[in-house]
Design a protein around this ligand. Structure first.
Ligand SMILES: NC(=O)c1ccc[n+]([C@@H]2O[C@H](COP(=O)([O-])OP(=O)(O)OC[C@H]3O[C@@H](n4cnc5c(N)ncnc54)[C@H](O)[C@@H]3O)[C@@H](O)[C@H]2O)c1
Length: 243
């Protein structure tokens, strides 16, 4: 099916902003949310006059997240695709975490995508027709992370992808992209130096992995070209940590 409307979390910068730009270029109505008020204003101005609507919200605040999504639903008349992109990475060992921070990282990276996927699927099932979900996981969820909380939630996002592929079939395809080190992001700047060097050392391909490369794989998963795929985890990682 052709996706005509998409909702993207963490839409205002990094990978999310690139996914939004590709959606607009493909003629989609693009909706999304982000916690960063300044970045929301910047991305909205950048695409002024285009079919982009961005809400400011913290996805860990479920009533606020659902209010944004429901508003996007009523403005659009139906959302065909969801990209669970927003992520929180602190790049610290487990000993540096207090309990509230552990809960926060789980809420943003796992609970919010889980609840929003359910809300999206309920709406899609009411409306009928086919749809797609793309989750953004991480190489950290496959090979481990020096940040145990982040590594755990990203492994869980891979589990969520496979389980929801079963839960929402046959109407909704659910796939994930598992990126490596994306150099032009705030998250990359938070990665400890020794881990950054290790990721680069592991890469088989020349050049840096960028937000554009990752957005290209997401665009594929939203396109009819991937119509036979669900429950798949696609890597966008310059070949680091072959697995
Ligand atoms: N950057 C990397 O090297 C890398 C590697 C693997 C996976 N990832 C994943 O890719 C995805 C995109 O990350 P990115 O690198 O573009 O990061 P980024 O920090 O550049 O962008 C993330 C966006 O999400 C928003 N956001 C964060 N917390 C939020 C919240 N609670 N509510 C709403 N919005 C929120 C931020 O404001 C930001 O605009 C994340 O899921 C991340 O875990 C990133």
């Amino acid at each position: 099916m052709t996706i005509r409307s998409v909702f993207i979390t963490g839409i205002a910068s990094g990978v999310g902003a690139k996914i939004a730009a590709r959606g607009l270029a493909a003629g989609m109505n693009v909706y999304g949310c982000d916690i960063d008020a300044e970045a929301v204003e910047t991305v909205s101005l950048r695409h002024e006059g285009q079919s982009l609507t961005v809400f400011r919200c913290d996805i860990a605040d479920t009533p606020s997240l659902f209010a944004c999504f429901d508003e996007a639903l009523s403005l659009s008349g139906g959302i065909d695709a969801l990209v669970n992109n927003a992520g929180l990475y602190l790049g610290q060992p487990i000993a540096a975490y207090d309990d509230a921070t552990i809960e926060r990282v789980i809420a943003v990276n796992l609970t919010a995508p889980m609840k929003l996927s359910r809300r999206f699927a309920e709406a899609k099932q009411r409306a009928g027709g086919a749809g797609a979900i793309v989750n953004i996981a991480s190489v950290a969820g496959e090979v481990g992370s020096s940040d145990a909380v982040y590594g755990s939630v990203k492994a869980a996002v891979i589990g969520l992808t496979k389980s929801n592929a079963m839960n929402f079939a046959p109407a909704i395809r659910v796939n994930a992209v598992s990126p490596g080190l994306i150099v032009d992001t705030a998250i990359a700047r938070a990665i400890p130096d020794y881990r950054y060097a290790e990721y680069k050392r592991q890469e088989m391909l020349d050049g840096d992995l960028t937000t554009d490369s990752v957005a290209d794989v997401v665009a594929f998963l939203l396109s009819p070209a991937s119509r036979s795929m669900t429950g798949a985890i696609l890597r966008s990682d310059n070949g680091c940590y072959p697995r």
